[in-house]
Design a protein around this ligand. Structure first.
Ligand code: ATP
Ligand code: BTN
Length: 313
């Protein structure tokens, strides 16, 4: 289906070798999934927003000599799930998977990440580190920083980080990071770095998400071309990941703190079991732990079963 001109049901049916009734049903199913389609009697169908599909070859070429191998799927359960399996079977360092439609996207602690067909960016990068898994405690912070730099590059100066793994815009969630690690205590590690960015989030999906969300169309006031966005993300991730491999996180720490939405602010840390601590966010330590100055003194929180929330001023 085109984003520019109407195509009649008959023409689509002929092209696909299916009946007009099947076209009609498919359009209704797509609309139910949140894809906006104009349907005008006598003229046919047209996408409300033109889509640009992801193009692995174009993305790889645009990244020149960085050495990524990009694979694009029309549909996948989870790019992280698939890449973990491929990594265990020996897939190469810097393999990237992306998909138009992720049907079983996951966040931390078994929670779901929802993204619409063609309206989100979901990708995973396989990175093999010569570091032990415990040496990678700041990895999700470094990745967040790479994403914020990429978002700046496409014109979104206000994107901020939320410890440990979210990107926010105006306090609402724009992107999430899920890192899944495998490796021996003493040996090299394999990281599958998954990133989901909201590009154009339909209302149907927003209602299913239990926290305030935002998309790039709102943030930029215009649509963003997803191939360009993915190229910028991979470029900036490459820089932070290479840096992390060589030097660790220390030199990135000040920049991370400067971009933290809660730096110097009152906030609350909530444990999965319900316990919570209030205080002022003082920063992060060299291991990536969040430092909170509470009435009872400074506390350190290591990522895991914890959620950080701002406290209204
Ligand atoms: P916390 O704030 O507790 O640290 P989180 O926001 O980092 O949690 P994750 O488990 O990492 O949570 O991510 C999954 C959560 O992300 C879901 O529970 C849902 O609230 C939210 N979510 C799912 N899809 C989207 C989306 N497209 N955009 C923004 N948020 C989403
Ligand atoms: C979060 O909510 O904070 C983490 C969400 C991570 C979502 C991305 S989308 C690509 C990759 N594949 C997944 O199943 N999850 C990550």
């Amino acid at each position: 289906m085109s984003g520019e001109e109407f195509r009649s049901g008959e023409a689509i049916a002929r092209y696909l070798g299916i009946s007009r009734a099947s076209v009609h049903n498919a359009v209704r199913q797509a609309q139910a999934l949140g894809i906006d389609i104009y349907s005008v009697r006598g003229r046919g169908y047209r996408l409300v927003f033109p889509h640009s599909w992801l193009d692995a070859e174009h993305i790889q070429d645009a990244l020149g000599g960085l050495g990524y191998r990009v694979r694009r799927y029309e549909q996948l359960d989870s790019t992280n799930g698939r890449l973990l399996a491929m990594g265990q079977a020996g897939a190469e360092h810097k393999t990237v998977l992306t998909t138009e439609w992720q049907t079983g996207g996951r966040g931390r602690r078994g929670r779901a990440w929802l993204s619409p067909l063609g309206g989100g960016l979901a990708f995973s990068v396989l990175w093999r580190f010569n570091r032990t898994a415990s040496d990678l405690s700041c990895l999700s912070l470094a990745v967040g920083l790479g994403l914020v730099r990429a978002l700046r590059q496409i014109g979104l100066a206000e994107a901020q980080l939320k410890w440990p793994n979210d990107v926010l815009l105006g306090g609402r969630k724009l992107a999430g990071i899920l890192i899944e690690l495998q490796g021996d205590v003493l040996g090299p590690s394999m990281a599958v770095i998954g990133v989901g960015v909201n590009v154009r989030l339909p209302d149907e999906l927003r209602h299913e998400i239990d926290q305030p969300v935002v998309d790039l169309v709102e943030g930029l006031g215009m649509a963003v071309e997803r191939n360009h966005l993915l190229v910028q993300c991979l470029k900036h991730l490459h820089a932070v990941l290479e840096h992390y491999e060589r030097e660790g996180f220390a030199e990135l720490r000040a920049e991370w703190e400067a971009n933290h939405a809660f730096h110097g602010r009152e906030a609350r840390m909530i444990a999965a079991q319900g316990e919570s601590w209030s205080g002022r966010v003082a920063g992060i330590d060299e291991a990536g732990a969040l430092l909170l100055d509470t009435d009872a003194g400074r506390r350190r929180f290591y990522s895991g079963e914890l959620s950080l929330r701002g406290v209204p001023a």
